[in-house]
Design a protein around this ligand. Sequence first.
Ligand code: ZN
Length: 259
Amino acid sequence: MSERFVGSKRNIDELTSPEFAALVKGNPLVILPIGATEEHGSHLPLGTDSMQCEEVVSRVADEFGALVLPPVRYGECRTTRNFPGTLSLRSETVQSLVTDIVGELARNGVRRVLVLSGHAGSGHMAAIRLGVQNVVGDHPDLKVMVLSDYDIAYDLAGKEFPKDDGHAGQIETSRMLGIRPDLVGRTRPVGKTRPPRYMILSDPERHIPTGVMGDSRGSSAEKGGRIDKHITENLCELIARNFGLRRMVDKARGRNPRR
Ligand SMILES: [Zn+2]
Protein backbone atom coordinates (compact mmCIF):
# COMPACT_ATOMS: atom_id res chain seq x y z
CA MET A 1 0.00 0.00 0.00
CA SER A 2 1.25 3.42 -0.94
CA GLU A 3 2.60 5.75 1.71
CA ARG A 4 0.14 8.34 0.38
CA PHE A 5 -2.55 6.70 2.52
CA VAL A 6 -1.51 7.04 6.09
CA GLY A 7 -4.89 8.43 7.23
CA SER A 8 -7.94 6.39 8.16
CA LYS A 9 -10.36 7.79 5.58
CA ARG A 10 -9.91 7.45 1.81
CA ASN A 11 -11.62 9.20 -1.06
CA ILE A 12 -12.13 6.61 -3.77
CA ASP A 13 -11.42 9.03 -6.62
CA GLU A 14 -7.95 9.69 -5.19
CA LEU A 15 -7.02 5.99 -5.26
CA THR A 16 -5.37 4.11 -8.11
CA SER A 17 -7.05 1.00 -9.46
CA PRO A 18 -4.61 -1.42 -7.69
CA GLU A 19 -4.99 0.53 -4.43
CA PHE A 20 -8.79 0.30 -4.70
CA ALA A 21 -8.60 -3.45 -5.39
CA ALA A 22 -6.31 -4.03 -2.40
CA LEU A 23 -8.53 -2.04 -0.03
CA VAL A 24 -11.76 -3.75 -1.18
CA LYS A 25 -10.23 -7.15 -0.25
CA GLY A 26 -10.44 -5.99 3.38
CA ASN A 27 -14.27 -5.69 3.06
CA PRO A 28 -14.44 -2.01 4.01
CA LEU A 29 -17.53 0.15 4.46
CA VAL A 30 -18.07 2.30 1.35
CA ILE A 31 -20.06 5.51 1.78
CA LEU A 32 -22.05 7.35 -0.90
CA PRO A 33 -22.92 10.92 0.18
CA ILE A 34 -25.97 12.37 -1.60
CA GLY A 35 -26.94 16.04 -1.30
CA ALA A 36 -28.93 18.51 -3.37
CA THR A 37 -28.62 21.76 -5.25
CA GLU A 38 -31.61 23.49 -3.72
CA GLU A 39 -32.94 26.84 -2.49
CA HIS A 40 -32.37 27.25 1.27
CA GLY A 41 -33.90 30.64 2.14
CA SER A 42 -32.19 33.99 1.65
CA HIS A 43 -29.40 33.11 4.08
CA LEU A 44 -28.09 29.61 3.22
CA PRO A 45 -26.29 28.35 0.10
CA LEU A 46 -27.81 26.05 -2.52
CA GLY A 47 -25.38 23.31 -1.49
CA THR A 48 -26.49 23.24 2.16
CA ASP A 49 -27.74 19.63 2.08
CA SER A 50 -24.57 18.44 0.32
CA MET A 51 -22.17 20.19 2.69
CA GLN A 52 -23.93 19.01 5.86
CA CYS A 53 -23.99 15.43 4.64
CA GLU A 54 -20.36 15.44 3.51
CA GLU A 55 -19.25 16.81 6.91
CA VAL A 56 -20.95 13.92 8.74
CA VAL A 57 -19.64 11.40 6.19
CA SER A 58 -16.11 12.67 6.69
CA ARG A 59 -16.37 12.20 10.48
CA VAL A 60 -17.97 8.76 10.23
CA ALA A 61 -15.45 7.59 7.62
CA ASP A 62 -12.61 8.46 9.99
CA GLU A 63 -14.22 6.29 12.68
CA PHE A 64 -14.39 3.19 10.48
CA GLY A 65 -11.56 3.66 7.97
CA ALA A 66 -14.27 3.77 5.31
CA LEU A 67 -13.89 4.50 1.61
CA VAL A 68 -15.82 7.60 0.49
CA LEU A 69 -17.31 7.85 -3.01
CA PRO A 70 -17.42 11.11 -4.97
CA PRO A 71 -20.57 12.83 -3.66
CA VAL A 72 -23.76 13.27 -5.68
CA ARG A 73 -24.70 16.93 -5.22
CA TYR A 74 -28.16 16.71 -6.82
CA GLY A 75 -31.43 15.24 -5.59
CA GLU A 76 -35.15 15.26 -6.23
CA CYS A 77 -36.50 18.53 -4.74
CA ARG A 78 -40.23 18.84 -5.28
CA THR A 79 -41.37 21.49 -2.78
CA THR A 80 -38.68 24.06 -3.60
CA ARG A 81 -38.58 23.30 -7.32
CA ASN A 82 -39.83 26.72 -8.48
CA PHE A 83 -37.37 28.79 -6.43
CA PRO A 84 -34.39 30.09 -8.41
CA GLY A 85 -31.35 27.85 -8.08
CA THR A 86 -33.12 24.57 -7.30
CA LEU A 87 -31.91 22.00 -9.84
CA SER A 88 -34.06 18.95 -9.24
CA LEU A 89 -33.47 15.52 -10.71
CA ARG A 90 -36.41 13.41 -11.75
CA SER A 91 -37.28 10.64 -9.31
CA GLU A 92 -36.38 7.99 -11.90
CA THR A 93 -32.98 9.65 -12.41
CA VAL A 94 -32.20 9.40 -8.69
CA GLN A 95 -33.33 5.78 -8.68
CA SER A 96 -31.23 4.88 -11.76
CA LEU A 97 -28.18 6.73 -10.46
CA VAL A 98 -28.29 4.85 -7.16
CA THR A 99 -28.96 1.50 -8.87
CA ASP A 100 -25.98 2.04 -11.20
CA ILE A 101 -23.52 3.22 -8.51
CA VAL A 102 -24.44 0.55 -5.94
CA GLY A 103 -24.57 -2.09 -8.70
CA GLU A 104 -21.08 -1.12 -9.84
CA LEU A 105 -19.80 -1.31 -6.26
CA ALA A 106 -21.24 -4.82 -5.95
CA ARG A 107 -19.66 -5.84 -9.26
CA ASN A 108 -16.34 -4.61 -7.85
CA GLY A 109 -16.69 -6.85 -4.81
CA VAL A 110 -17.87 -4.24 -2.29
CA ARG A 111 -20.16 -5.82 0.34
CA ARG A 112 -20.86 -2.99 2.82
CA VAL A 113 -22.47 0.23 1.59
CA LEU A 114 -23.90 3.24 3.42
CA VAL A 115 -25.95 5.73 1.40
CA LEU A 116 -26.33 8.92 3.46
CA SER A 117 -28.54 11.69 2.12
CA GLY A 118 -28.43 15.28 3.34
CA HIS A 119 -31.71 15.97 1.54
CA ALA A 120 -34.67 14.28 3.20
CA GLY A 121 -37.62 14.82 0.82
CA SER A 122 -39.95 11.82 0.91
CA GLY A 123 -39.91 11.26 -2.89
CA HIS A 124 -36.12 11.62 -2.95
CA MET A 125 -35.61 9.07 -0.15
CA ALA A 126 -38.10 6.68 -1.76
CA ALA A 127 -36.17 6.90 -5.04
CA ILE A 128 -32.88 6.08 -3.26
CA ARG A 129 -34.46 3.10 -1.47
CA LEU A 130 -35.94 1.76 -4.72
CA GLY A 131 -32.58 2.25 -6.42
CA VAL A 132 -30.86 0.09 -3.80
CA GLN A 133 -33.68 -2.45 -3.84
CA ASN A 134 -32.97 -3.06 -7.55
CA VAL A 135 -29.45 -4.26 -6.65
CA VAL A 136 -29.75 -6.23 -3.41
CA GLY A 137 -31.93 -8.95 -4.99
CA ASP A 138 -29.01 -9.97 -7.22
CA HIS A 139 -26.42 -9.78 -4.42
CA PRO A 140 -27.57 -11.61 -1.29
CA ASP A 141 -24.25 -10.97 0.48
CA LEU A 142 -24.45 -7.20 -0.08
CA LYS A 143 -25.43 -5.12 2.98
CA VAL A 144 -26.75 -1.61 2.29
CA MET A 145 -28.00 0.96 4.79
CA VAL A 146 -29.96 4.00 3.55
CA LEU A 147 -30.93 7.01 5.64
CA SER A 148 -30.91 10.78 5.84
CA ASP A 149 -28.90 12.56 8.54
CA TYR A 150 -32.19 14.36 9.28
CA ASP A 151 -33.71 11.06 10.43
CA ILE A 152 -31.24 11.25 13.33
CA ALA A 153 -31.23 15.04 13.84
CA TYR A 154 -34.96 15.00 14.61
CA ASP A 155 -34.27 12.99 17.80
CA LEU A 156 -33.40 16.40 19.22
CA ALA A 157 -36.70 18.09 18.26
CA GLY A 158 -38.13 19.96 21.22
CA LYS A 159 -34.67 20.02 22.86
CA GLU A 160 -32.22 21.79 20.56
CA PHE A 161 -34.84 23.27 18.19
CA PRO A 162 -38.64 23.68 17.95
CA LYS A 163 -40.64 20.59 16.97
CA ASP A 164 -41.90 22.27 13.77
CA ASP A 165 -38.41 23.12 12.50
CA GLY A 166 -37.81 22.18 8.88
CA HIS A 167 -36.22 23.25 5.62
CA ALA A 168 -33.59 26.01 6.06
CA GLY A 169 -34.73 26.53 9.67
CA GLN A 170 -32.84 26.32 12.93
CA ILE A 171 -31.21 22.91 12.40
CA GLU A 172 -29.77 23.72 9.00
CA THR A 173 -28.78 27.29 9.87
CA SER A 174 -27.02 26.09 13.03
CA ARG A 175 -25.23 23.23 11.29
CA MET A 176 -24.03 25.53 8.50
CA LEU A 177 -22.86 28.10 11.08
CA GLY A 178 -20.81 25.28 12.56
CA ILE A 179 -19.20 23.99 9.37
CA ARG A 180 -19.26 26.84 6.80
CA PRO A 181 -20.00 30.15 8.62
CA ASP A 182 -18.49 32.03 5.67
CA LEU A 183 -21.49 30.91 3.56
CA VAL A 184 -24.25 31.92 6.02
CA GLY A 185 -25.93 35.31 5.53
CA ARG A 186 -26.91 37.68 8.34
CA THR A 187 -30.69 37.50 7.93
CA ARG A 188 -32.64 34.92 10.00
CA PRO A 189 -35.85 34.33 8.05
CA VAL A 190 -38.97 32.77 9.56
CA GLY A 191 -41.51 30.63 7.73
CA LYS A 192 -44.44 29.43 9.79
CA THR A 193 -46.72 28.35 6.92
CA ARG A 194 -46.60 25.05 5.03
CA PRO A 195 -48.21 23.67 1.90
CA PRO A 196 -51.58 22.07 2.82
CA ARG A 197 -51.16 18.44 3.88
CA TYR A 198 -51.73 15.67 1.33
CA MET A 199 -52.05 18.10 -1.58
CA ILE A 200 -50.06 17.60 -4.79
CA LEU A 201 -49.41 21.15 -5.99
CA SER A 202 -47.80 22.78 -8.99
CA ASP A 203 -46.87 25.83 -6.90
CA PRO A 204 -46.00 24.67 -3.34
CA GLU A 205 -43.61 27.64 -3.00
CA ARG A 206 -46.65 29.94 -2.73
CA HIS A 207 -47.16 28.54 0.78
CA ILE A 208 -43.55 29.11 1.87
CA PRO A 209 -42.87 32.70 0.78
CA THR A 210 -39.56 32.99 2.70
CA GLY A 211 -38.33 29.65 1.36
CA VAL A 212 -37.97 28.56 5.00
CA MET A 213 -40.03 26.10 7.02
CA GLY A 214 -39.35 26.95 10.63
CA ASP A 215 -37.66 29.76 12.51
CA SER A 216 -33.97 30.31 11.85
CA ARG A 217 -33.66 32.85 14.70
CA GLY A 218 -31.85 31.36 17.68
CA SER A 219 -29.47 29.40 15.44
CA SER A 220 -25.85 29.15 16.57
CA ALA A 221 -22.64 27.38 15.64
CA GLU A 222 -22.60 25.74 19.10
CA LYS A 223 -26.07 24.28 18.54
CA GLY A 224 -24.99 23.10 15.09
CA GLY A 225 -21.95 21.44 16.65
CA ARG A 226 -24.12 19.57 19.15
CA ILE A 227 -26.52 18.43 16.40
CA ASP A 228 -23.65 17.21 14.20
CA LYS A 229 -22.09 15.39 17.17
CA HIS A 230 -25.42 13.70 17.93
CA ILE A 231 -25.81 12.63 14.29
CA THR A 232 -22.24 11.32 14.09
CA GLU A 233 -22.42 9.37 17.36
CA ASN A 234 -25.77 7.75 16.53
CA LEU A 235 -24.79 6.97 12.97
CA CYS A 236 -21.59 5.29 14.21
CA GLU A 237 -23.63 3.11 16.57
CA LEU A 238 -26.00 2.12 13.77
CA ILE A 239 -23.08 1.26 11.47
CA ALA A 240 -21.36 -0.81 14.15
CA ARG A 241 -24.57 -2.74 14.81
CA ASN A 242 -25.82 -3.17 11.23
CA PHE A 243 -22.48 -4.03 9.61
CA GLY A 244 -20.76 -5.70 12.58
CA LEU A 245 -17.91 -3.20 12.35
CA ARG A 246 -15.75 -1.76 15.10
CA ARG A 247 -14.83 1.90 15.38
CA MET A 248 -11.11 2.71 15.13
CA VAL A 249 -11.13 3.96 18.70
CA ASP A 250 -12.79 0.75 19.98
CA LYS A 251 -10.40 -1.39 17.93
CA ALA A 252 -7.48 0.42 19.52
CA ARG A 253 -8.96 -0.27 22.97
CA GLY A 254 -9.89 -3.88 22.10
CA ARG A 255 -13.66 -3.22 22.56
CA ASN A 256 -16.44 -5.03 20.70
CA PRO A 257 -19.18 -3.16 18.83
CA ARG A 258 -22.00 -1.98 21.11
CA ARG A 259 -25.20 -3.97 20.71
ZN1 ZN B 1 -31.77 21.24 3.47
